[in-house]
Design a protein. Structure first.
Length: 437
């Protein structure tokens, strides 16, 4: 529980004594303390909040849109999330080989003739109470993002935050998950940080954080390099953090076992070993809102159309995982299945499939690239356009309640988000002028 946010909100419409009383109740509930000790904390919280928000400098303020993260779908791998990501690149004018503007899996800079590839992935928000699984999957995700750009991972770093009441053992269990991937792939965990979420202001047991990966490449395979006439290959995916979360919160825990593998990493390394990288135009992992989301972004940056065959796509989902998704009526095309997507010339496809199959990873040709823009699906002989929904496929009971539909006021919210971006750019420029005098 965020005591600071709770107190700040209550002080807007309640008296200080009432706020103190409610804080004492919440602190006693969560901490199990007596009222006398909880009162000391409540008073200190109120003092800090009043001091922090009663008077401020312009640099400490930020423009308020009135649009919340949840309402706009940020972090939900859908329409609103993709829109915010597309705008982040406008905040920095320092050039890079690949930056947020490219809507790619990782960023790339060139240094002394080599490409340095960097990616960072956040722990799945619903895996807070499952630290090992969270660590395993976030590490694998960061490595995937580097590998699909044609880079060999050389280092992993970690940042873990546990709230004030979280058990210290969470740190070790989480790092054990990270270290498992590192040792299996022989990529060292080299640095990181360990902090509490919000210090003393956030109570409870919640855990969050991220894992980053750095790699080096001689040749890169960005999304924008997809060419007309290419074919699209897809490996079998069993999912990662998202599929594990689905299995856990629907009480189908045995399916989590299917996600514990290194198939993706072995497949890409097999391609490297077969010296096929320079014959491949683009690689990506099917994560951001599933095929619906990734295909839309690839089309946008490559200025090409992607066409998929439904039944072939369906066969690229691990059978046990697919069975679970279909039983729960979760659209597999709108969820992260963690397949490796390879876009390459037709003459290269057989060699790629041979290399991937040599390490016992299943792979299929599932579509092609043609002129135009957008992503399309061929099902029952009919070709229809596919687009990401407002949110990824609802994959937990609560997400099904929240829904996937675009809010009626989405365009109005988008205008406010655009204004917030401009305000942030203005602040950045004011500080830059001061620094560069």
């Amino acid at each position: 529980m965020d005591l600071e946010g709770y107190a700040k909100k209550l002080l807007e419409f309640k008296g200080e004594e009432e706020v103190k009383r409610k804080l004492i109740e919440r602190i006693c509930e969560i901490k199990g303390w007596d009222e006398k000790k909880a009162e000391k904390w409540a008073k200190a919280v109120i003092i800090e909040v009043k001091n922090a928000y009663s008077r401020t400098l312009p640099i400490l303020e930020y423009y308020k849109t009135g649009v919340t993260m949840g309402a706009f779908g940020v972090g939900s791998r859908g329409k609103g999330d993709f829109y915010v990501h597309s705008k982040i690149g406008e905040l920095s004018r320092v050039s890079a080989v690949l930056s947020p503007r490219d809507l790619d899996d990782a960023g790339v800079v060139e240094n002394r003739g080599a490409f340095i590839v960097v990616a960072v992935d956040g722990i799945h928000s619903r895996l807070s109470e499952f630290p090992f699984i969270a660590g395993f999957h976030v590490t694998r995700a960061a490595m995937r993002d580097v590998l699909v750009k044609g880079a060999e991972p050389i280092a992993i770093f970690s940042d873990i935050h546990v709230a004030d009441d979280g058990d210290v053992s969470k740190i070790f269990d989480h790092i054990a998950g990270i270290a498992t991937v590192c040792e299996a792939t022989r990529v060292p965990l080299v640095s990181g940080s360990t902090l509490r979420i919000g210090g003393d202001m956030v109570i409870g047991e919640r855990m969050t954080g991220c894992v980053g990966c750095v790699g080096v490449a001689e040749h890169i395979t960005p999304r924008k390099n997809a060419k007309e006439g290419d074919v699209i290959l897809l490996t079998e995916g069993a999912g990662g953090g998202t599929i594990a979360t689905t299995a856990i919160y629907y009480g189908m825990h045995e399916v989590v076992e299917e996600t514990i593998n290194l198939d993706f990493i072995r497949a890409v390394r097999a391609i490297f070993s077969a010296k096929l990288l320079q014959k491949i135009h683009s690689m990506s992992d099917v994560t951001n809102g599933g095929i619906r989301g990734d295909a839309e972004e690839i089309s946008k940056v490559s200025k090409k159309a992607l066409v998929f065959e439904y039944e072939k796509l369906r066969k690229c989902v691990n059978p046990r995982v697919l069975k679970m998704l279909e039983e729960l009526q979760i659209d597999f095309m709108g969820i992260s299945i963690d397949s490796l997507m390879i876009i390459c010339p037709e003459k290269t496809a057989e060699d790629v499939k041979k290399a991937v199959k040599s390490v016992d990873v299943k792979i299929r040709e599932v579509g092609w690239v043609e002129s135009g823009e957008g992503a399309f699906l061929i099902e029952g002989g009919e070709k229809k356009q596919i687009k990401p929904k407002f949110r990824e496929s609802a994959y937990t009971p609560l997400k099904k309640v929240v829904g996937e539909e675009t809010p009626a006021n989405f365009e109005e919210m988008r205008e406010k988000v655009d204004l917030a971006l401009q305000k942030a750019i203005e602040k950045k420029n004011i500080v830059l002028r001061k620094l560069l005098l």
